[in-house]
Design a protein around this ligand. Structure first.
Ligand code: BGC
Length: 460
């Protein structure tokens, strides 16, 4: 929610007049058409400073995660969120705003590093996917609420933006309380030498007395991990490449589905259906609801049908929707005139929902799940930091480039994303191993050493 709030806030005139008066003046005189929306790189760079801060913070978070555990890392994340929300909502000048953004970014870096790892380690193997996807569920609920909040506060002059930025601190309060009450993962306890506490924690979270088999797996993984003094160096070895390549590519592909571009552009599409003034509310309610509900589908399906089938099915669905949207707009939506009939525009909205739906039960959640469950313990936090930072980098890149790209490529931008979806489908088909039902600490033996392509990397 902290991340998503700002999009709506930077669209509020009160906010622009106070902090970016030049941008506001230019916005008033900007010439817009259906494809070329007002685009200000400086404003976008300000928004994206969060992703850049998160990108670097995730590496620091990886160290904190290994040395002190997942639980304190989550506590640090929530503290940064709270500080960031406080400073940005009370900002008196641009510097306070920028510091607020950076603090929030550090929070995102720490949170995105520690929460998925925490969930994957704490979950019983047969429900690991479902438990991990709770992370994405909170992300989607956050997006939904942030859009609703912004819709309401945009009407509160002149301090509505402050309310939005302050409310972004509410989820952080829950995270803060959560980080105090949760149990540290047995893996992290055992890895840091607290074997008795680790054994006890394992019994507690599994709810049974006999946890010896799992304990032995974790113990073995920890003994190996403790011999590795430099995880980032270890990560550069040939045998670490398979999970690293997969983890990074999943993030690149996740962003190149075009999800953030589609969600951003959705209000414009909704306007063409005829909901003039309330298009942005309507589009966020509809796409937001589809996003949350489809994430629930993923929670239900991921440990039953497996990761690969979800990703592949979604590629087909997303490819069809992106290329059909592209085709419809190419034929019917000109730069300055909208020739879509209500039925056609309604169909485009349906396609947007079809796209968001597919993303939300596949590449959205699994982009976080798979990298959190495929690294061996010795490179887990370091490897996952690469996944988090790649996500941040590509989210930043798309955010920075999307509006200019759309202005130049027009409807073809949807074919651009469709092309990427084809590539990621082939990747999932040939290179992605299935990790459903495999205990996290035996991935190397049971997954990487058995895969027809990746086993060649595993000889050392
Ligand atoms: C992605 C975000 C995206 C969100 C949409 C997440 O998994 O990382 O970039 O906005 O899903 O629900």
């Amino acid at each position: 929610m902290d991340v998503e709030c700002i999009g709506g806030v930077t669209a509020m005139d009160d906010f622009l007049i106070k902090f970016f008066p030049e941008v506001y003046k230019r916005k008033l005189h900007a010439r817009e058409d259906n494809y070329c929306k007002y685009d200000n790189q400086i404003l976008q760079l300000f928004t994206s400073s969060l992703y850049l801060a998160a990108l670097f913070a995730s590496f620091v978070a990886s160290k904190v995660c290994t040395k002190f555990g997942r639980k304190p890392t989550i506590l640090v994340a929530s503290s940064f969120f709270l500080a960031g929300a406080g400073i940005s909502s009370g900002a008196l000048n641009i510097w306070m705003l920028i510091i607020g953004r950076i603090l929030l970014g550090i929070g995102v870096g720490f949170g995105n590093e520690a929460v998925p790892l925490f969930l994957s380690e704490i979950a019983p193997v047969q429900h690991r996917g479902a438990v991990n996807i709770l992370f994405q569920l909170f992300v989607t609920i956050g997006i939904f609420l942030a859009n609703l909040v912004n819709y309401g506060t945009a009407k509160l002059h002149p301090h509505g933006w402050r309310v939005s930025l302050a409310l972004a601190g509410v989820p952080a309060i829950f995270l803060f309380i959560g980080s105090i009450v949760i149990t540290e993962t047995p893996t992290s306890l055992i890895e840091r030498g607290n074997e008795v506490a680790g054994h006890k924690a394992l019994k507690k979270i599994r709810g049974v007395e006999d946890v010896n088999a799992e304990y032995e797996q974790i113990k073995l993984a920890s003994d190996i991990a403790r011999q590795v003094k430099h995880p980032f160096k270890e990560l550069m070895k040939r045998s670490s490449m398979p999970p690293l390549i997969i983890g990074v590519l999943l993030q690149v592909f996740q962003q190149f589905t075009g999800i953030n571009a589609i969600m951003f552009y959705a209000p414009v599409l909704f306007q063409t259906v005829g909901f003039k003034n309330d298009a942005s509310l309507l589009s966020s309610v509809i796409t937001g609801t589809v996003n949350v509900l489809s994430t629930l589908v993923s929670i239900y399906a991921v440990d039953k049908v497996g990761r690969r089938k979800l990703l592949l099915q979604a590629c087909v669905q997303m490819f069809i929707s992106q290329s059909t949207i592209g085709g419809m707009l190419l034929v019917h939506l000109k730069a300055t005139s909208n020739t879509l009939t209500t039925t056609q525009a309604g169909f485009v909205v349906f396609l947007v929902c079809l796209f968001v739906m597919a993303f939300a039960w596949s590449w959205g959640p699994l982009g976080w799940l798979i990298p959190s469950e495929t690294f061996p313990l010795e490179t887990r936090t370091a490897g996952f930091a690469f996944a988090v930072s790649s996500n941040m980098f590509f989210t930043f890149l798309i955010a920075q480039a999307f509006l200019s790209m759309m202005c130049h490529m027009r409807a073809y931008i949807f074919f651009f994303f469709a092309g990427w979806i084809l590539v990621m489908g082939l990747f999932a088909l040939f290179l992605l191993p299935e990790t459903k039902g495999v205990p996290i600490d035996v991935m190397v033996e049971r997954v990487w050493k058995k895969h027809p392509v990746w086993k060649r990397f595993m000889d050392d």
